[in-house]
Design a protein around this ligand. Structure first.
Ligand code: FES
Ligand SMILES: [Fe+2]
Length: 397
């Protein structure tokens, strides 16, 4: 991202700090009362799994995850087993991870390289990187079939801005530009996701609804109270800038050091050393970026409405050359992992227990939680529900 834009963002944050406030929505919009059924209702959960996690393209990889021909990653988190790979021409492809003979799983590893294509472990049918069936083991005994009818089932996939979006079911799919818009797309491109360096990956499977887990990433109101010994030691609490892009958004969170910029002429600013961006990419991605790292959180519904799975990956934006740099990156990964596990998701799992009681009818989002309001409106609207929150009779006015 260009310095001009980073400086502009830093100035917006400094203005908020100076006036002792944060981004807020209007009094017409908040308080917004969110119906707890959104986290507990089986019907809504089934709708989301179908409409959000099967019928829409989802961010499933960065370009750097499948850099070379034959590199692959697999994903089964939507309930549909998928292979994402790059063919010999350099084009990204996505297939159902299912052999066309009798359904064997072709790849049973999360990632790797298969530059010569895929061989089914069941009866050794072989496919190339374009999904074409190229050999049938013991064909003289199996008999002749039309191979063109037995190519791997292809899924809609698009690579742009260093992002790879896959739609888990065949059929027409929205483009990345439709989903993000050009402005957000260009921002994503500026993070050079085709050349980031994987540090480590981890999993959280906390017993909480996937949206309730997502809620913990979407405001900085909780930094001081929930993270007094970790995040709040370095960041302002309850100060954020907010920008919306269709159903997606970005939040800018200032570090305590941001005030140092005031002592320097703007041309000497290194503004991005003093804040971080947290993007929400609809429906299930939280993407943090700061001057050194990119953190990707992919959230998926679990088996039941009160369960979920998060995949967490940390990437270094720069090549880690020395052992010190590599160790520091691992430490950083562990730090974020433990904050999320012991603080954010700990709280989320406890909130879920309260919601399961069935006795807490709604939660309330304030003016400073506008990102939550917009996100929940998008969740509801995208599955065909009324985006408004619960309408309460006001007792005052
Ligand atoms: S199921 Fe794949 S070769 Fe038989
Ligand atoms: Fe948090």
């Amino acid at each position: 991202m260009k310095n001009k834009e980073l400086n502009k963002a830093a100035k917006r944050m400094l203005d908020l700090i100076d006036s002792g406030t944060t981004s807020m929505t209007s009094e017409d919009v908040a308080p917004y009362y969110v119906d707890i059924k959104t986290y507990t209702d089986n019907e809504i959960f089934e709708l989301e799994k179908q409409k959000l996690f099967k019928e829409r393209p989802l961010l499933m990889a960065f370009s750097s995850d499948v850099k070379d021909s034959g590199d692959f990653i697999t994903n089964e988190d939507t309930g549909i087993p998928i292979i994402i790979t790059r063919n010999k021409k350099g084009t990204v492809k996505a297939y159902l991870n299912v052999c066309r003979h009798r359904g064997g799983r072709l790849l049973d590893k999360p990632c790797g390289n298969q530059s010569r294509g895929f061989v089914c472990p069941y009866h050794a049918w072989r496919y190339d990187l374009d999904g074409d069936l190229i050999s049938i083991y013991g064909e003289e005994t199996f008999g002749e079939i039309d191979r063109s009818l037995h190519s791997l089932i292809e899924l809609p996939v698009e690579e742009k801005y260093g992002l790879i979006y896959v739609q888990p079911t065949p059929g027409p799919a929205q483009s990345i530009d439709d989903i993000l818009g050009k402005d957000l797309g260009n921002q994503m491109e500026s993070w050079t996701l085709d050349s980031v360096h994987l540090v480590n990956r981890g999993i959280f499977d906390m017993p909480t609804n996937w949206k309730l887990a997502m809620d913990t990433f979407v405001e900085g109101y909780h930094f001081g109270p929930l993270h007094p010994e970790t995040i709040a030691l370095g960041s302002y609490s309850n100060v954020m800038i907010y920008d919306r892009y269709n159903y997606n958004h970005r939040l800018g969170f200032p570090s305590l050091t941001i005030n140092e910029l005031k002592d320097k002429p703007e041309k000497d600013w290194e503004a991005f050393n003093h804040f971080s961006w947290v993007y929400f990419l609809f429906p299930n991605i939280t993407f943090f970026v700061n001057s050194a790292f990119v953190y990707l959180f992919e959230l998926y519904p679990g088996k039941e409405v009160g369960e979920h799975l998060t995949r967490f990956s940390t990437y270094s934006r720069f090549e880690m050359k020395t052992e010190e740099e590599k160790d520091a990156a691992q430490e950083h990964f562990q730090f974020i992992y433990s904050v999320v596990e012991n603080e954010d998701y700990w709280v989320s799992a406890n909130v879920m227990k309260g919601f399961k009681s069935g006795l807490h009818p709604y939660s309330v989002f304030g003016r400073n939680e506008l990102s939550l309001i917009n996100m929940h409106e998008a969740f509801r609207e995208s599955v065909g529900l009324d985006p408004s929150g619960v309408r309460l009779k006001r007792s005052r006015k």
